[in-house]
Design a protein around this ligand. Structure first.
Ligand code: FPP
Length: 248
């Protein structure tokens, strides 16, 4: 039986998993160890989200800016991603979770892309939860690519200028067809969006915690979800509270 606070969970939770490097530094370890421990937290939060009934979980795993990190770290992150996909795909299938990559997957190394696409195909029929892994993701790249697609349709006269609505733009994003995030969590005390879901988070509730991602637990995740339920979401109107049963 779920606690009262976890009934009616958010449809979409997004997470900026930050603090792996600082976690490792505090323990006098290599940064890569921090990412490895961070991958364990990913497993915990994916399972928790599925069990709680979150519809979409989006994790910022690798940004378009992360390529500027030292080559050894980028290589280690790519290996970790491959390992995660290889070991976790059977569990995703067991848990009825569909894996979906968001981001410019063309820019990923070919072997990583193959692992990702194979896992997406293997889990395509699952409908328990969507796990969006943001890989080579950046909102500005996403919006630029959307603008190019729409401009090309305009040029080919497949669409007229007056037909360009917010919905048309939303449909060109990597998250097309999915609900917007209700809640965005960022760990490690940093308070910024870092080019993550800029369009999609127009009415998202933000939650910042000082906990470093490798130390983030299911218990803290559940506490944040409980706290989220007390937020009064108005969507620019005067009143619309989750606790009174009004739509999210
Ligand atoms: C930010 O911490 C984290 C990342 C850039 C990568 C996130 C990757 C993982 C959680 C592990 C691998 C992911 C999967 C899906 C298996 P940081 O390195 O910027 O930390 P710092 O700010 O303390 O240096």
């Amino acid at each position: 039986m779920k606690s009262e606070a976890l009934q009616h969970p958010p449809s979409h939770v997004a997470v900026i998993m930050d603090g792996n490097g600082r976690w490792a530094k505090k323990k006098l370890m290599n940064r890569i160890k921090g990412h490895e421990k961070g991958a364990d937290t990913v497993r915990t939060i994916v399972t928790a989200s599925r069990e709680i009934g979150v519809g979409v979980l989006t994790l910022y795993a690798f940004s378009t800016e992360n390529w500027a990190r030292p080559e050894t770290e980028v290589t280690a992150l790519m290996s970790l991603l491959k390992k995660f996909i290889r070991t976790e795909t059977p569990r995703l299938k067991e848990q009825n979770i569909r894996l979906n990559a968001i981001g410019n997957t063309e820019g990923l190394p070919a072997d990583v892309r193959e692992y990702v696409f194979a896992a997406m195909e293997e889990t395509a029929g699952n409908d328990g939860m969507i796990l969006n892994l943001a890989l080579n993701y950046g909102s500005r790249e996403e919006l630029t690519s959307a603008v190019k697609t729409i401009a090309s349709k305009l040029q080919k006269e497949e669409i007229a200028e007056e037909d360009i609505t917010e919905a048309v733009i939303t449909d060109q994003l990597y998250t097309a067809g999915q609900p917007e995030p209700d809640l965005l969590i960022r760990t490690s005390g940093e308070m910024r969006l870092s080019n993550f879901l800029l369009w999609q988070s127009a009415y998202t509730e933000f939650f910042f915690t000082d906990t470093l991602w490798p130390d983030f637990t299911r218990r803290e995740f559940e506490e944040i979800l409980s706290h989220f339920k007390t937020r009064n979401r108005r969507f620019g109107k005067t009143t619309c509270s989750l606790s009174d049963g009004s739509p999210q």
